[in-house]
Design a binder for this molecule. Structure first.
Ligand code: ADP
Ligand code: MG
Length: 385
């Protein structure tokens, strides 16, 4: 099997008719636990996965930036001095948006040489594994290196987020880029979304004889935009009515008072965020002491809370989770923004194929489309290869 780094180099040579001067890569991510907590200034716990996006880069002697991808037919190009969010469209808005965003973070784009970029990836697109953060982070690290900008990784994560928010137009937080840039092998990234402080937490799956199975239901997030802003508004209303700057400032002990003050729906939205933040803290503590075999109940409880209190699961996600649990998973939950997308199951290695077969069968029985399943483990963040 040819390595995707080689594919990126040969793709570059084919499109640009010269050899790449360097190759960079960045991983996709899975959020282990901590869902919808980011915009409530709470905690998330993603990890970088063993699927990566590769950028092969060559310097030019003019000021053009050209991008090509195995994923797309056309080569997009623009003069560096012309970069602005309004001019960027389609997939090229991700890499070119990063170049623009570097300028917003202090890079002098008037003083840097043009580049050619070729992108190759084995991160599935739109499966909830953040192929978007992978491409942003790989391009951000590559340009930071060759343009000698000296930005640190937290700053590069902000660059990726800015590109996604302004050039692509997706209102996403900083979790995905943080995982892709700060992730380490056999570790998760514990991110405090208020202070932006990130800590590395051990996630030694293989040592514990475990793997994480990602089950992409293939259900597209059709209510995702409306549902996301509606949930966000509920959280803001809850915080306002309870007199705190963000739901992050409440603990489980505050829930009795919250129940007195809030309507039932707002209360349940609030209860999800408050208990989910606590579950992230408990997961971090468990990973640091007893290890990944002891986090199963926390994953299960997260799913129940997302399903019943936050109400963002769908039948396919519930079926994936229940089938995994019934076939040997230690814990399982939907992951990502909800209304479709993927679930994860933490499972002993010897139960993985049984779980996959059972989920395939259960989906067929219910008349659901065939899900895609991937086994992932915790990998290192963006690097120059
Ligand atoms: P995901 O859950 O995978 O992050 P998004 O919709 O956020 O889904 O991002 C996917 C988009 O990112 C793609 O539609 C494409 O525009 C861009 N993208 C991701 N990976 C690549 C790639 N290898 N080459 C070109 N564009 C990519
Ligand atoms: Mg994305």
């Amino acid at each position: 099997m040819s390595d995707i780094r080689d594919d990126a180099r040969s793709g570059f040579a084919e499109v640009f008719d010269t050899e790449a001067t360097g190759v960079w890569s960045a991983p996709g991510r899975v959020n282990l636990i901590g869902e919808h907590t980011d915009y409530n200034e709470g905690y998330v716990l993603p990890f970088a996965i063993t699927r990566r996006t590769i950028v092969a880069l060559g310097l030019r002697d003019d000021t053009m930036i050209r991008v090509a991808s195995a994923f797309a037919d056309e080569v997009a190009e623009i003069d560096i001095s012309e970069l602005s969010p309004e001019k960027l469209t389609g997939w090229a808005a991700y890499p070119l948006g990063v170049a623009w965003a570097l300028g917003q973070h202090g890079a002098d784009l008037g003083a840097v040489p043009g580049v050619d970029l070729f992108i190759e990836s084995d991160v599935p697109v739109g499966a909830g594994l953040s192929s978007s953060a992978a491409i942003e982070s790989a391009v951000a690290l590559a340009l930071n290196d060759v343009w000698q900008l000296g930005l640190d990784r937290p700053a590069l994560a902000q660059v990726g987020q800015l590109a996604e928010n302004k050039a692509v137009g997706a209102p996403t937080g900083i979790m995905d880029q943080s995982a892709s840039l700060l992730g380490e092998r056999d570790a998760a990234v514990f991110l405090d979304c208020r202070s932006m402080v990130a800590e590395i937490v051990p996630l030694r799956l293989a040592d514990a004889g475990l793997a994480i199975v990602v089950i992409d239901t293939g259900v597209s997030h059709s209510h995702a935009d409306g549902g996301y802003s509606e949930r966000r508004a509920s959280c803001e209303r809850g915080a306002r009515m309870l007199g705190v700057p963000a739901l992050r400032d409440l603990s489980v002990d505050d829930l009795d008072r919250a129940r007195q003050i809030l309507d039932d729906t707002t209360f349940r939205r609030v209860r999800h965020i408050v208990t989910e933040n606590q579950r992230v803290l408990d997961t971090v503590e468990a990973l640091r002491t007893t290890g990944p075999r002891s986090i199963g109940e926390l994953l299960d409880a997260s799913h129940e809370s997302l399903r019943d209190d936050f109400e963002i699961s769908v039948a396919e996600l519930d079926l994936a989770v229940e089938t995994a649990q019934a076939n040997g998973a230690i814990g399982a939950r939907m992951t990502g923004g909800g209304f479709g997308g993927a679930a994860i199951a933490l499972a002993p290695l010897d139960a993985v194929s049984r779980i996959q077969v059972a989920i395939d069968g259960a989906f067929a029985e219910h008349g659901f489309g065939q899900p895609e399943m991937f086994v992932v483990s915790a990998s290192h963040g963006a690097v120059r290869e």
